[in-house]
Ligand binder design. Structure first.
Ligand code: ZN
Length: 269
């Protein structure tokens, strides 16, 4: 089986310091946490930007600072910028991070409900975002929150806006999205083209389950406080602990972990 790419999503837009002291918020904290996760085995860090009030923002300056500080500490780590955002945000604000020309960025190919809001990704926004990434040679991670998001990704591919290999991230277990079940996963796997690569993320309690799915079924795995703040019931996790657990489980399974350079080869960066 191919080596396992571990992505850490240390920040996200939801957890705050009052929820867990382990969530990194400032660019310095995000860079240090990413670096520690890199040392532990994560090849990719998926980052969001927060302001000093811990609110999620799309400020280019903050993204730049995060990006540069990660690169100072871990020059080889792959940085993936989030283009996610709340309903009503314009293409201009959502796409700001792409101006940094990161190696990767997230691209959600449809809309769904999040627990307290609509996650809105209109066909026009998805199309423009994909085109911008294509022009800038930024590898999109196709965020699949539900089954209906696969076909728009395949359409982008057919229209020449995505390059091989397609890289999907199946986000499972989020209220409003698809369930974290092996039935759903195998269904998704029948829908993606041969040669496509897939990653899997579980929200909350589903994170440990999706970790097993990814390791055992030949996918790749994302963990981190963006998706889940607990190590076990009632016990908060740090990002590094979550990454170390994936490395340990992969080792038990006999699956080697990919370095950032090996991940670049697999992802075609
Ligand atoms: Zn994210």
């Amino acid at each position: 089986m191919e080596k396992l790419i571990i992505t850490v999503a240390p920040v996200g837009s939801v957890p705050r310091k009052k929820d867990t002291k382990f969530v990194p918020i400032t660019p310095d904290e995000i860079a240090e946490d990413s670096y520690q996760c890199y040392l532990a085995g994560a090849a990719v860090t998926h980052v969001h930007a927060r302001d000093s009030q811990e609110n999620t923002v799309h400020e280019i300056d903050i993204f730049q600072e995060i990006h540069d500080k990660i690169k100072e500490k871990a020059p080889n780590m792959i940085v993936q910028i989030s283009t996610g955002g709340r309903a009503g945000l314009t293409y201009e604000s959502r796409s700001k991070g792409l101006q940094l020309n990161p190696e990767m960025a997230s691209l959600t190919t449809g809309s769904c409900n999040f627990p307290n809001m609509v996650y809105e990704n209109s066909p026009e926004l998805v199309d423009r975002m994909a085109e911008e990434m294509h022009i800038r040679d930024i590898k999109p991670e196709l965020e699949i929150f539900d089954t209906s998001m696969i076909q728009p990704a395949l359409d982008l591919y057919k229209n020449g806006k995505l390059k091989d290999p397609l890289y999907f991230n199946f986000v499972m277990g989020l209220k409003g999205g698809q369930p974290a079940t092996v039935h759903q996963l195998t269904h998704l796997l029948t829908m993606i083209p041969k040669g496509a690569i897939w990653n899997i993320s579980g929200v909350g309690r589903a994170q440990i389950l999706t970790t097993f799915f990814g390791i055992a079924l030949g996918g790749h795995v994302r963990v981190g406080l963006e998706d889940n703040i607990y190590y076990a019931k009632g016990r908060l996790a740090s990002n590094v602990e979550l990454v170390k657990r994936v490395v340990r489980l992969a080792g038990e399974f006999g699956r080697e972990v990919a370095s950032s350079d090996e991940a670049r080869k697999i992802l075609g960066l």
